[in-house]
Write a protein that binds this ligand. Sequence first.
Ligand code: CTP
Length: 404
Amino acid sequence: MLRAKHILVGISGGIAAYKIPELIRHLRKAGADVRVCTTPNALEFVTELTLRTLSGAPVYSDVFAAINSHSTEHISLPEWADMMVVAPATANVLAKMAHGIADDALTTTFCTTLGAGKPIVIAPAMNDNMYNSPATQASLNTLRSWANVRVLDCAEGELACGTSGKGRMQEPDVIAEAVRQSLTPQDLLGRHVLITAGPTREKIDPVRYISNYSSGKMGTALALACARRGAHVTLIAGPMRVMPDFTAYPLVNVVHVESAREMHEAALAAWPTADTAVLCAAVADFAPAETAPEKLKKQPGQTEMLLRLTLNPDIAAALGGSKRTGQRIIGFALETQNEEANALRKMHDKGLDFIVLNSLQDAGAGFGTDTNKVTIYALSEQKRTLPLMSKQAVAEQIVSACIS
Ligand code: CTP
């Protein structure tokens, strides 16, 4: 997604500048071309050599040095850039940027990029009192009022000055995710997508449960793909080991559930305001008829154990049965035999508009892997088979084919 994108990184003089080499590495690893401009003070915190080495390009930090060599980087860099990220942005630089003061390499470049209408992401960092001061808040409000500027909230926590509060710069991963979003067309703005993901756990007793191998990776990849395109996402997540960091996306609401019944309840609560449901969860079809209040002990001489199970609610069928005009549902089917026939039957029986089939017969597809190979069936009888690709790439294709 960042392959061959031109990203301008502007650094000002705050202690969080030490984290920017990490951000530059992250962006370059993702395939982006990076150029760096700084205030003079930024180079007190991070060396020009580090920035030049990691970005693979000269650092623009001295307006007059540039003029002496007859170059005008504050004009040419914004022309070259697809977007600009200013991190860390100190209170001083926020105030300058908000008022069009352009007196160094960073602020002149910012001003030109702003005027060119390119996307700009700003990650402020400072002491909490400085952050809360009316002057800084006024600067932030001004910057936030410009259409092509996104200002990230500061994080709360330990601050370099020894206190604790709101003023920490967001971590490089979060800033990189905001950069990604700024370069993604926002074609799902105003949409609300409900996503179920992961396995469910059905309790036998306080220490045991019935579950399955679902990792939740496909569902969380779908949530990320929708969020990057501007959607409001309600992610109803069964227990999963790894959850992506959605800090960059205030419109993502993660609802943690454990059992199929809890997932059903959460899905029914979100459905009336959603326009799309993506039902990616591997919901346990049956749950123990009773959950024992104490750990079940084996009895002397006992050689078998019978567990009575009862049917769980079918979330897909419940949403399909209460679908309003304009709402659509995308289901998933993981099959081991008669794949196509089973998938199509599920699409029709549950009132779905699309079904995404993955077959356990395909190497690299299914539970736990980072890749997937799927075929998307539409009610209109269209069918599209995608090659083996990363779950994130599959998610983007599903969003394009079924949601946008
Ligand atoms: N699904 C659901 N609630 C359930 C069971 C399934 O929402 N209780 C959804 C899944 O999230 C998926 C689709 O229905 O989108 C198909 O799930 P799958 O497990 O393949 O189908 P089942 O109806 O459970 O059929 P079977 O397990 O018998 O193959």
